[in-house]
Structure formats: C-alpha cells, structure tokens
Design a protein around this ligand. Structure first.
Ligand SMILES: [Zn+2]
Length: 178
C-alpha cells in the first residue's frame, strides 16, 4: 500500500514535471510526471535509484546523473512520461555498503559480488513501491528506459505491463564503476 503525501510542479532543465511524493510505510519515493499518463499505454518510464555521489557530488565514477538527465530529456521529447525515484542507494544496501564495497570493486569484482563480499546483499532493491506508484498513476503499460532486463522482470512480477525496453543513451565517463 502506498500513500500520496504531497505534490507540486517542479521546473527542471527539461521542462516542468509534476513531483508527487509517496510513502509506503517505510520509505519515501518520488514520481516525476510529465503530461497525461493516466490510462495511457506505452508510457515512457524510468525507475531510478538514489545516488548521493552522482546526484549531489558530481561523481564521474557512475552514470547516475547522466542517466537522470537522459531520462528527463526523453520524456520531454515524448511530451509525457514518468520517472520513479527510489530511495535505495547501493542496490538498496545504503551508502555505507557502497563505500565498503569499493576495495572489492577495485579488485575487479562485479558490483553485486563486491556488496556480498563486504557483508551486504547482492541486490536488496525492491521495485514494489515503483509498481504501486505506476498503479496509483493508472499507467496501463510502460516502455522502460533501462538496459537491465531484470528490472523489467521485477516490475512484471508486481503486475506492471512492460511492453518494451529502451536503452538510455548516455555518454560514458572514462572510468565507470556502478
Ligand atoms: Zn551513481
């Protein structure tokens, strides 16, 4: 069960979005909505996780900020769409996990393995809040902006119709760590 707490219009570099704040009893999540999405099919949708380093500190070690910009730009071009921002940094393990995993990442491990090695879960994310938000917005089906097929599967598990996956084209930084 998810509850709407507040909403407002938010002006961005990529146009004005309706910012809707939700709460599921544990965490707050935010939907950025542009245009009409209610009862619409094939709504462009990005599910985006928090990243302090990328979104606040302008890190060049990940693509989170570039991905957010690319998603906003895609939605602006289409005239409508939804970005769901979930408070689940470090694949849901939190910022400590992210920092603790760095030595293992530098040793060449994949991010998920590095989290496990650091004593956290490989992937502790849940897409249930995102699915509940899309249901609350009465989106009928989505084109998901991601190159991660698992994300689409997770959303489908929670009853969301994903008609298509579309890659977000971002210009990668020289060295990428996720
Ligand atoms: Zn990041």
């Amino acid at each position: 069960m998810i509850f709407k707490l507040a909403e407002r219009d938010l002006q961005t570099k990529y146009g004005t979005f309706r910012e809707i704040l939700y709460y599921d009893g544990q965490k707050e999540s935010i939907a950025l909505v542009m245009g009409e999405v209610e009862k619409n099919e094939n709504v462009i949708c990005r599910i985006h996780s928090a990243c302090v380093s990328g979104h606040v500190f302008n890190s060049v070690e990940c693509e989170c900020q570039a991905e957010m910009e690319a998603a906003q730009s895609e939605i602006q071009k289409a005239g409508n769409g939804v970005i769901v921002y979930l408070e689940q940094e470090g694949k849901g393990n939190g910022h400590l996990a992210l920092m603790a995993s760095i030595p293992y990442k530098k040793a060449g491990m994949k991010q998920s393995e590095a989290y496990e090695k650091a004593g956290f879960e490989k992937d502790a994310r849940s897409f249930r809040p995102a699915a509940e938000i899309l249901r609350d917005l009465q989106v009928k089906s989505v084109i998901l902006l991601t190159n991660n097929a698992e994300k689409a599967e997770d959303l489908r598990k929670f009853g969301i119709v994903v008609t298509e996956l579309k890659d977000l084209s971002t210009k990668p930084h020289e060295e990428i760590t996720k």
